[in-house]
Each structure stands twice: as C-alpha cells, then as structure tokens.
Ligand binder design. Structure first.
Ligand SMILES: *Cc1c(COP(=O)(O)O)cnc(C)c1O
Length: 462
C-alpha cells in the first residue's frame, strides 16, 4: 500500500513513513493510493465481534507490511485497554431511528483518544525497532493536545510539544495537558486563536532545516493514521443497527473534517452509508461551502463548542483531492488561493462533494436548547459538540434510514456550558476525579515562529 500527497509533488511513502511524517513535504496531506474494499460478507461477519477484532479487519489492508498481524493485533489491544467502557464505542438510542455513538470513554474523554492511543502504540513500536526518536509538535483547539499528551507521556523515543490558544480552551482540557508530570511533555499556551496555532505548526513543518534538525513528527488530524483509526467505529456502529443489509446515515460534529472524512473512507470501502452530514457551530465555513457558497475564511468566533472553532479545516483538502479527480495541481492552486482568503469550488467538484455530504449548523442558543431538550426526551446529557450533531441530525428530512450521531466528548469536559443549559454539573468519571487538585506546568509563548523553534530546540532530549 502506497501513500500519495494531495498536492502531487511529494515522494510516495509506505504506511510507516506517512505515519511518522504527518504533513507531506509539498504541504499536502497523505492519502492511500487506492481504497481497499470489504465485501458484504466481510461486513456481515463483524456483527457481534469485539471492537478490537473489527479494528484489525478494517485497518489491516491500509497498513501493508509495516507490522506483522500479531504485532498489529498487540498494538490495537494496548491502544484500547485503558478505555472506561468494555464496548469502547457503545451505541445508545435517542429516539425512533436515531442513535448516539458514545466516543468519549477514552482516557481524555473525547473521541480523539481512539486515534491518539493507537498512534502512541504505532509510534512506540516503529521507533523502537528503528532505534530512532522524534519530536512531536501539535496544535490543538483543546482535545487533540490532551489526547496526544496522554498517549505519548513517558515514552522514551518521543518529546511532545502542544500549542493551544491561551484562554480559549476549557479548564478540564487545559488541566489534562498541564498536569502530567513526565519530563517529555510540554504544554505551550500561545497568544492567538487555534488557526494561529495551526498556522505556526505548518510553518515549522515547512522549515525543512528545523524539521529535519529536531526530527519533527505531526499527530494533528492531518496524520493519515489518525483518520484510519476513526474509520473503525463507523463499521462497528453501522453493523449494530443492521448494516450491510440496511443503509445507515451519520451526523458528525465537525471542525477539521477528520472524523467525517473517516466516514467517507468507510463508505468508499463498501460500508453502505447513505448520508454523511457535516454539523458545524457558528464557525460554519464548511456548511457555507457545502451549500455552494465557496470556501472563504472568516474570523473565528469563540463558542461553547471550542473544539469546533475552526475556519480552515485541514482534512477538507483530502475530500477536495477526490472531488477534483485526484489532480494535485488543482488542489495546490486552491490552497494558494486560500492563503489570499478563499476559493470557489468548480461545479463538477461541488457535485461530487454534495453526492456524499450534507451539512447544517447550530447557533449557540440552538446548541444549549438541544442539551436541555435531549435530557428531557432521552435522559442523555450531551456535551455542546455532540448537541450540535443532534440538532443538525434532527433537522434532516424524515427518513427510514437509521441516523447515528457521533457524541464526540463527555459532558464533564465542558461542565460550564452543560450546567448553564441543563442545570446539572456533570461530574468527572471516578478514574480522573482528582484532576482539579493536580499541579499545573505550562509555558506561555508568543505567536512567533522563532520563539517556538527556540523553545523546542532548548527543551528536547538528545
Ligand atoms: C476535534 C473535535 C471535533 C471535531 O472533529 P474534526 O475531526 O476536527 O472534524 C468535534 N468535537 C470534539 C469534542 C472534538 O474534540
């Protein structure tokens, strides 16, 4: 299995190298050259199987010969054994034909643990046998960073630096990043918003001298291995509600387009998915684009769903690559236009995108009232991100096709917004109840490439 860049100018890589590299050297994102297919019988056989077995079957064809079957099975086992729920990704029913996929039972209470815990084990195995080390630098709107720190803390071959927008993440998110005491993890509170953090991260990757000097590796949602890990729960949940004999639709609270892109990959692999619905908050560039208004950046406006406060959705580039018939030059041109503020999508590409994706948005008030309503009608207490998904799913035209909405974080990760909407302050699960008492360790840093590079060079272990 070979991986190619969405901008067509970077070398083809194996799964292992694409995973360890993150962003391609031409600024693009790695995608598999072909999408492996699972047959109807393969999918049928997943019914009732443990999550880990489904994970092995779905991901195996993408990994090529990077890992032996036994090694890869061990990696998957270790990745998910710290989850607080035996089913890993349990499904609960909200209403007739509407289900909630709970993706928040991992160590940092958000769906990003599914990918990050796997990546931690993949890196550990690959780096120790190569006898190499890397410096992981990540930008986070809150959940990626905590999931990365949790996955890499204490690993010998890795130093981790996570930039987050100072003052713009929840206290639980911050504490999950600032309280681990291992010396290989570094939380950086940067001046600016998430798009600034993401832009500086891209700058570091495009500075080849720095990149090679510190052996930079990326685990942001641009990393293909993260997308891949997320494909699994589309299969596990769809078979629980009757796939492949029956079609299934999904609604996904979306920011960087990674999670919903994993759903698109599941569909391309043969899972009978009817609609993939992108749900955004008031930062609705994707909803505007999928409604035919072009992809034009605005100002990020802070919301009660901070993990979705994003204007530039990195993974959307992967969807554009397919919509433009995998023409790397066309994608490069669009990304150049994006630097000037935005671009319009060609009619042909728009038709491809709209054949897979629908979209909707929720305002702040709608998000809060959905938390209130859903508690009343089903007893489920939603986090604000999941509430956006539920609101947008409820807005879809009536259909016989079951709808699965992804619940992307635990309500206790956003207690202020949840309490304001519902009157209930959601408690942290017992396994992390002392989070508010632990000591914090964080470096405040300017939105400045040189300052960041100096800090990283000065703090990595050689
Ligand atoms: C990251 C995140 C999202 C957005 O997911 P993308 O893959 O970036 O689209 C939604 N909800 C929560 C809680 C998140 O942490």
């Amino acid at each position: 299995m070979k991986y190619i860049s969405t901008r067509g100018q970077a070398p083809e890589l194996t799964f292992e190298d694409a995973m360890l590299t993150g962003l391609a050297r031409d600024g693009g994102l790695y995608v598999p050259e072909t999408i492996p297919q699972l047959s109807t019988d393969d999918i049928k056989a997943m019914a009732g199987k443990p999550y880990e077995e489904i994970a092995f079957q779905v991901m195996r064809p993408f990994v090529g010969d990077t890992f032996s079957d036994d090694d890869f099975k061990g990696i998957i086992e270790r990745a998910y054994k710290g989850f607080g729920h035996a089913a890993r990704a349990p499904l609960v029913q909200l209403d007739h034909g509407h289900y909630l996929l709970e993706l928040f039972h991992g160590p940092t209470l958000a769906f990003k643990d599914f990918a990050m815990q796997l990546i931690g084990q993949l890196f550990q195995t690959a780096l120790s046998r190569r006898n190499e080390r890397v410096t992981i630098v990540g930008a986070t709107s809150g959940d990626t960073g905590s999931a990365a720190i949790e996955a890499f803390r204490g690993l010998d071959n890795v130093d981790v630096f996570i930039m987050y927008p100072h003052g713009r993440i929840s206290e639980v998110q911050r504490r999950q990043m600032t309280t681990p005491s291992e010396s290989n993890v570094h939380a950086l509170a940067m001046d600016g918003d998430f798009d600034d953090c993401q832009a500086r991260l891209k700058d570091m990757f495009n500075d080849f001298e720095f990149r090679d000097g510190v052996r930079l590796a990326g685990v942001n949602s641009i990393n293909w291995a993260r997308v891949l890990a997320q494909v699994v729960y589309y299969f596990s949940s769809a078979v629980s509600v009757g796939a492949p004999d029956r079609k299934v639709s999904f609604t996904v609270p979306t920011g960087n387009f990674g999670d919903i892109f994993a759903g698109y990959i599941a569909k391309r692999m043969g899972l009978p998915i009817d609609r993939l619905v992108v749900a955004t908050n008031q930062n609705d560039i994707l909803h505007r684009c999928l409604s035919g208004q072009g992809y034009h950046k605005g100002e990020t406006s802070p919301s009660i769903s901070p993990s979705m406060d994003i204007q530039v959705s990195s993974n959307f580039e992967r969807a554009l690559f397919d919509a433009y018939d995998r023409d790397g030059n066309a994608v490069s041109q669009l990304m150049d236009e994006l630097k000037q503020g935005g671009f319009d999508v060609s009619q042909g590409a728009m038709e491809v995108l709209q054949s897979h994706f629908d979209s909707g948005r929720a305002s702040e008030e709608e998000t809060s009232s959905t938390i209130t309503e859903t508690l009343k009608t089903s007893g489920e207490l939603l986090c604000p991100h999941s509430a956006i998904g539920v609101k947008v799913a409820n807005d879809q035209p009536a259909s016989e096709t079951p709808m699965i909405t992804l619940a992307t974080a635990h309500p206790a990760k956003f207690p202020d917004a949840v309490e304001a909407a519902s009157g209930i302050r959601p408690p942290l699960p017992a396994r992390m109840a002392d989070l508010y008492e632990r000591d914090e360790r964080v470096t405040r840093i300017a939105n400045n490439l040189d300052a960041l590079k100096d800090h990283i060079k000065g703090n990595i272990r050689q």
